[in-house]
Design a protein around this ligand. Structure first.
Ligand code: EPU
Length: 302
């Protein structure tokens, strides 16, 4: 979608927003799939409500893009614009056991920065790509931990109230790959409380998680991590593997040979290819196991 309305174009600089016309989302997502649209880079939190009022007044649909690492975007010219937060520096500020982190900060960098300052707890998240805001929205987790356990406060744009609010940790529910945030809320910053641990000890944990991940996941390939959530008490990856579906392809979209719940873009896969592969695998799992797998990946296909 193109922003051509002169009223919007003229107002953007004052709102601290940069317009990047015709941005390819394939270049901004870890799957390397997605069409084009105009992107708005937001540099000031406090102008977000005005920006969204302006877009709504001119009937311009929008979506919030984080690090693009858990996202499958449709093909072609997209029917909405994308808003992305520019990171504010410094993006991580530590005080005792608290880390105040910008939502646009890189998750891996946040884990290592905190570790070097003797703050642990997030070792399992090392190797999870994306931003802190994205991890927060999805309650990212691995190897027995989830980010929600450490969240004490979140600053966000609340779409329903149309304003920036600060929520205390106890006002937010964090479940398995799910949170109580609304889909159109925009994460802005988070305060984490992390346990003190000496750096060498944290590093040991980080190395163990890194090794496990390298051994079981296709890290060098374009993917969005796990495609499906694990159903209660079961593993989506194991079920897909048991059906012998590793290597199954639709165009260049392929079930990873290493981990059956990772679907990779082995070349120039389109969203259409990837969605067909996802639907096919889902159907086979339902037929064989009677389980309807839920998406873990976020799909923007309309
Ligand atoms: N397994 C197979 N074949 C496969 C894949 C897995 O038999 O192709 C078996 C494994 O041998 C193991 C079991 O299934 O016995 C579980 O596998 P794994 O330990 O790899 O964990 P997972 O349940 O498949 C979850 C998360 C991952 C996270 C890992 C490590 C979900 C959907 N996935 O995977 O998160 O990295 O645990 O904690 O919850 C993600 O969120 O995108 C993601 C990759």
């Amino acid at each position: 979608m193109r922003i051509e309305d002169p009223k919007i174009v003229a107002a953007l600089p004052e709102l601290g927003v940069q317009l990047k016309p015709g941005t390819s989302l394939a270049e901004l997502t870890s799957l390397g799939i997605g069409g084009t649209t105009d992107m708005l880079r937001v540099t000031k939190h406090e102008t977000i409500p005005d920006l969204l009022n302006l877009l709504d007044a001119q009937a311009v649909p929008h979506k919030f893009l984080g690090g693009g690492s858990n996202l499958l975007v449709g093909d072609g010219e997209l029917p909405w614009v994308v808003l992305q937060l520019a990171s504010r520096q410094p993006d991580i500020v530590l005080q005792r056991n608290f880390a105040q982190v910008d939502a646009a900060a890189d998750l891996g960098r946040t884990v290592t920065f905190c570790a070097k300052n003797d703050l642990g707890g997030m070792e399992g998240l090392i190797g999870v790509p994306g931003t802190v805001g994205g991890a927060l929205r999805m309650n990212a987790g691995a190897y027995g931990m989830q980010i929600g356990s450490y969240v004490r406060q979140v600053k966000l744009y609340r779409a329903a109230a149309r304003k920036i609010e600060t929520l205390e940790g106890h006002q937010i529910s964090f479940e398995y790959r799910h949170t109580s945030f609304a889909p159109d809320d925009m994460m802005l910053a988070v305060k984490l409380e992390l346990p003190s641990k000496p750096y060498p000890e944290i590093l040991k944990g980080i190395r163990i998680c890194n090794e496990k991940r390298r051994a079981s996941q296709p890290l060098g390939q374009k993917s969005a991590g796990c495609i499906f959530k694990n159903p209660p008490g079961a593993s989506a990856g194991r079920m897909i593997d048991e059906l012998g579906l590793k290597g199954l392809s639709f165009g260049d979209a392929r079930v990873s040979d290493r981990h059956a719940n990772f679907f990779v873009n082995a070349g120039r896969a389109s969203a259409k290819d990837m969605l067909a592969l996802i639907a096919g695998v889902r159907e086979r799992v339902e037929k064989s196991f009677g389980v309807i797998l839920e998406y873990e990946v976020v799909v923007w296909n309309a």
